[in-house]
Design a protein around this ligand. Structure first.
Ligand code: TMP
Ligand code: ASP
Length: 237
């Protein structure tokens, strides 16, 4: 698969065209940002770990009959994916209180939630990705009501399967963010599933093993990504 022109460069990934108009290459960078890009840094080898972790998780979800954009891992930092018209909604699923939920509702971090809590954020950097509801989705014409129903169903199902998969690897899936897109009339799960966009805690020690180590200056950031990659990919990473 030939890599052609750059389509888009984001904070953690670059998208390239290929010789097939339906397929694009996602290139994973080591750059990390937090707090709406006010904090910036490099997490050594993150791109390699995230590409591997995402590839394994997309492949697993595919086996559970969840449609994703994943086609195949091409190299250390490159993944071949189906081209999507991205839906500008960040779908967050939470199993325990943490992060902005704890702040917004005054909940102590680490409280198990009886049912998964779903939130929508408007994917808009200039506005710092504000929390939105279904009425806002309609107002902004981000997705049809049928698509919103599909996103919710899909996100809950992804949560179910990921939680189970990660639990077997001694990781608690505290919360995570998903993005979806349209591809020839189908809605596919897109973007990435990595410690950048998931909160993962060690089941025994409750140690944070995700980007919160970078956000909160907890140290051992690379080590956490490496360990998550090792547990998920089991390949001596
Ligand atoms: P939050 O608690 O900051 O709202 O984050 C919830 C989850 O979503 C957390 O696992 C990190 C992820 N997330 C992203 O991937 N990108 C973002 O821009 C934000 C705000 C959160
Ligand atoms: N990556 C996002 C940013 O740069 C937010 C985050 O993950 O904390 O703003």
């Amino acid at each position: 698969m030939e890599r052609r022109g750059k389509i888009y460069e984001g904070k953690a990934k670059i998208l390239y065209e290929t010789d097939n108009p339906d397929l694009v290459i996602q290139y994973f960078k080591d750059e990390a940002t937090a707090f709406d890009a006010q904090k910036r840094g490099i997490i050594e080898q993150k791109g390699i770990y995230n590409n591997r972790i995402s590839s394994v998780l997309f492949e697993y979800l595919g086996k559970q009959r969840i449609r994703t954009h994943f086609v195949q891992q091409l190299s250390d930092r490159e993944m071949l994916v189906k081209r999507l018209e991205i839906i500008k909604i960040e779908v967050v699923v939470r199993n325990m209180s943490a992060g902005s939920l704890s702040k917004r509702l005054g909940l102590e971090e680490g409280m198990p939630l009886a049912e998964p809590v779903l939130e929508f954020f408007y994917k808009n950097d200039a506005l710092n990705d504000p929390l939105i509801n279904d009425d806002h989705v309609r107002l902004l014409n981000l997705a049809t009501p049928q698509e919103v129903t599909a996103l919710r169903k899909r996100a809950v199902l992804v949560n179910h399967h990921l939680r189970e998969f990660l639990d077997k690897r001694d990781l608690i899936l505290v919360d995570f963010k998903l993005e979806f897109g349209r591809h020839h009339g189908q809605i596919l799960l897109g973007d990435e599933i990595t410690p950048d966009g998931c909160r993962l805690w060690d089941k025994q020690t409750l140690e944070k093993m995700d980007k919160d180590r970078f956000r909160r200056d907890l140290g051992k950031v690379e080590e956490a990504y490496q360990e998550v990659c090792h547990r998920i990919c089991g390949d001596g990473a």
